[in-house]
Write a protein that binds this ligand. Structure first.
Ligand SMILES: [Zn+2]
Length: 466
């Protein structure tokens, strides 16, 4: 690849993206790169990095003041469907967030309604991450979104109107994704072709409508093979990149990046945001090796909910006799007497102030501070992980460090045996992402009273089926 990937600075907004160092130049096989994404008034985001994923308008378990005090994250992902009630059919009765008053500290309704600190870069998309699959398909003009009270349609026009009111820093236009099949299943080629055609039509509608100049567009790249969506991607490269209307790409499957590099190399001057929800740090590293700049990691919230404290560093330490776990399950009884921090090397508030046994106790008591402390620690672990990656790419040792990391650590994250926080609406919906796997993690609060003999029979049955 010979394209000069230096700076992308759309005229319509003051967003700036610079590629500072690319491992490609050192003649290695990796496309990993270090960059910096800057919005006026926000903290610059050094890439590769990750964006915190909100749920129902907040980072789960962490209040906005604690985000400022204890988290290094510089970006947050919001979904419009989290703010819409079904009774606000077709947004004709706008959700309250639309009329939230603004101030210097909270420059737009999205900031003022959610209390998001003004140094955080905001990304607004239509759907949650991971999205709850919809039983209704998308139509030619709209997608199906999961509101607080049920599914409803959202058209490009309605979505654009929401974007121009809420004014996020980054907006991701609508994509025609497969709503009703579980993640990981590929659409048929006929369906994939329709996905590409509709997304292409919608992007034309998007860019022909007047969009607020303070919002940058990160166009979706569909999780289907390049040859099926090449027309859509060439339109992005030929029509909207030269006019500076396009500011970035929101990629559903980073495995398409090598194809972009071969066929549409100019698109790689843009920041590449992955929406792929990798399930472990090995996959994150693989996607960075392909050239991904930014990640949304809903995994972080799921891991904290599961009572897991992440425990890995990049570069990895010297290998032991067996692979190291990627995290520790604080709900295990073995931690009930441990007076050491979650991680010896971590400097976060949770590690500086508390012991494993205390967090174990909070989880056992289902006291919400337990999950708050885990969120602070897990976000700190990931921030340190990405800082280590940036240094490694700059030093030209990323590929060796990545291979070493894969030898030192377990392949998968521990599952976590403890009870989760109170189940929320989106978690009841079956066959969603990982958190909606259809299996209830918590015991039911109420059940029929059984005679002791019956109870034992049920336990024996459970033991054979699990
Ligand atoms: Zn920590």
């Amino acid at each position: 690849m010979t394209v000069d990937i230096k700076t992308h600075e759309p005229e319509s907004t003051a967003m700036r993206f610079e590629v500072l160092s690319s491992a490609l130049k050192e003649g290695t096989s990796t496309a990993a790169r270090v960059g910096r994404l800057t919005f006026p008034g926000r903290r610059p985001i050094d890439t590769p990095n990750f964006i915190a994923v909100t749920s129902r308008g907040t980072l789960p378990h962490v209040t906005p003041d604690n985000i400022s005090k204890h988290l290094q994250v510089s970006g947050a992902y919001f979904s419009l469907e989290d703010f819409v009630e079904k009774s606000q059919q077709n947004l004709s009765r706008p959700p309250p967030i639309f009329s939230a008053p603004t101030s210097t500290n909270h420059p737009t309704p999205l900031y003022s309604f959610t209390g998001t600190p003004s140094h955080i870069t905001t990304i607004l998309a239509a759907r949650r991450l991971p999205a709850v699959p919809s039983p209704i398909g998308n139509s030619t003009k709209s997608i199906s979104i999961f509101t607080n009270t049920g599914f409803q349609n959202l058209s490009t026009t309605e979505y654009l109107s929401a974007i121009s009111t809420l004014k996020p820093d980054i907006a991701i236009p609508l994509a025609d994704l497969t709503n009703n099949s579980p993640p990981g299943t590929s659409p048929t080629s006929k369906r994939a072709l329709r996905m590409a055609e509709r997304t292409d039509e919608w992007i034309v509608d998007w860019f022909t409508s007047p969009l607020s100049t303070s919002t940058s567009t990160f166009a979706p790249v569909l999780p289907i093979p390049y040859p099926i969506q090449w027309e859509y991607l060439s339109r992005l490269a030929e029509d909207y990149l030269p006019t500076n209307q396009l500011s970035g790409l929101a990629i559903h499957d980073p495995d398409i990046i090598p194809d972009l590099s071969s066929h549409q190399p100019t698109l790689l001057s843009l920041p590449l945001l992955s929406l792929s929800n990798p399930s472990n740090p090995h996959l994150i590293l693989r996607h960075i090796g392909l050239g991904t700049d930014l990640f949304t990691l809903p995994l972080t919230n799921a891991v904290s909910d599961a009572g897991i404290a992440l425990d890995f560093t990049f570069p990895a330490p010297a290998p032991g006799s067996s692979p190291l776990p990627l995290g520790i399950d604080l709900s295990l009884l073995s931690f009930s007497t441990s007076v050491s921090p979650l991680s010896e090397s971590c400097k976060c508030y949770a590690c500086a102030s508390h012991y494993k046994s205390y967090i174990h106790h909070l989880l056992q008591a289902r006291e919400m501070l337990g999950w708050t402390l885990l969120q602070i620690h897990n976000h700190a672990t990931l921030s340190n992980f990405f800082t280590g990656i940036q240094k490694s790419i700059k030093m030209g040792t990323f590929e060796q460090d990545r291979q070493h990391f894969s030898r030192v650590y377990d392949a998968e994250m521990p599952a976590g045996v403890g009870e989760r926080p109170r189940m929320r609406g989106y978690q009841y919906k079956s066959q969603g992402g990982e958190e909606n796997a259809g299996k209830k993690k918590n015991k039911p609060a109420w059940q029929k009273e059984l005679a002791p003999s019956e109870e034992e029979g049920i336990k024996a049955g459970e033991a054979t089926t699990t």
